[in-house]
Design a protein around this ligand. Structure first.
Ligand SMILES: C[S@@+](CC[C@H](N)C(=O)[O-])C[C@H]1O[C@@H](n2cnc3c(N)ncnc32)[C@H](O)[C@@H]1O
Length: 303
């Protein structure tokens, strides 16, 4: 990594950093793929250990994150401004293999902190929520075009929102919606005020839908496993139960006593943050880390 001259240092505090290093065990010369590189919190520590920028690939679908990485990374590092499914397909086509793969899912702190992106329940911004600014679909498009049944399903499935029906009805009554405050106020009008902001689940549901977060994860996971070199390690950090379930299942389907097992689980249960980390990094509260190592080199599943 270059000496950091960028003015936005420490934009994003990496979660479970020590645990990631323990499970990925990056060694000098290791090839490294980070599919959600963000602001290189994890990547800078891993690259400091591999000392191999020429065989590292950092991916992020957010152009602002990539621009930041350009200022921060050794120019030998490959940066890909793409979603991690597209990137994985490309890397597989190129025949690449990696000793360490990291996925730290979801959004970064600047997504919440920067005005205009529409991720935060606390501010009043356009209803955007796109991680990739080149994409056309926004949260406003979904809120203003979905039918009532579709909205209820979205809120239930992606937000696990118990009052999905009432919120969907009010969304339709208040259309067209343009700002995050309008949406947050609808959730408040249904729930009243509580300790946790009542719009948190609604915002999560929309963010997942706008960015097709679960669909991309499900499709990318098998390719990430194929991209591992023999003995290679993969670590995935998720932030809600929907993601964790997908990771758990994908790992379970490829490990254990089955004849075609490709993975050895390194974490029987998901690893969570130590109390010391929670003191300085509240984002780590919901983080769950699962890790596995590649054991079977002959399997050509899905190719
Ligand atoms: C939690 S942050 C990663 C932070 C990073 N590990 C660090 O320490 O700085 C997640 C990042 O992944 C990106 N991201 C989320 N989903 C993605 C996807 N499907 N494809 C590519 N990037 C994605 C987001 O734009 C965000 O920058």
């Amino acid at each position: 990594m270059h000496q950091n001259k960028h003015k936005n240092t420490n934009r994003h505090q990496p979660v479970l950093l020590q645990e990631v290093l323990t499970y990925l065990t990056p060694q000098q010369g290791d090839t490294y793929l980070d599919v959600t590189a963000g602001y290189a919190g994890h990547a800078s520590e891993i690259l400091a250990r591999t000392q191999a920028p020429q065989s590292a690939v950092l991916v992020d679908r957010d152009t602002e994150a990539i621009e930041y990485l350009q200022t921060k990374c050794d120019p030998a590092v490959t940066l890909l401004n793409a979603d991690f499914l597209t990137a994985a397909k490309q890397l597989e086509k190129e025949g690449k293999r990696f000793d360490c793969i990291l996925a730290d899912l979801g959004v970064s702190s600047p997504h919440f902190d920067k005005t205009s992106r529409g991720f935060s329940v606390q501010t009043d911004e356009p209803l955007d929520m796109r991680m990739d600014q080149r994409q056309s679909l926004t949260a406003a498009d979904i809120l203003n075009s979905y039918g009532e049944v579709e909205l209820i399903e979205l809120l239930k499935e992606y937000g696990e929102e118990p009052k999905a029906r009432q919120i969907a009805t009010r969304i339709i009554e208040h259309r067209p919606l343009a700002t995050t405050k309008q949406l947050a106020d609808i959730a408040v009008s249904v729930w009243g005020r509580g300790k946790k902001h009542p719009a948190t689940r609604t915002f999560q549901a929309l963010r997942i839908a706008v960015n097709d977060e679960l669909g991309l994860l499900k499709a990318a996971l098998p390719i990430w496993v194929r991209l591992l070199s023999p003995g290679g390690r993969i670590a995935i950090i998720s932030f809600h139960s929907l993601e964790d379930r997908i990771v758990k299942q994908a790992f379970a389907e490829r490990s254990g006593k089955r004849y075609d097992a490709q993975l050895k689980l390194l974490t029987k249960k998901p690893v969570t943050a130590r109390p010391e980390e929670l003191v300085f990094n509240p984002r780590a509260r919901s983080a769950k880390l699962r890790a596995a190592a590649k054991i079977n080199t002959k399997n050509t599943e899905g190719q």
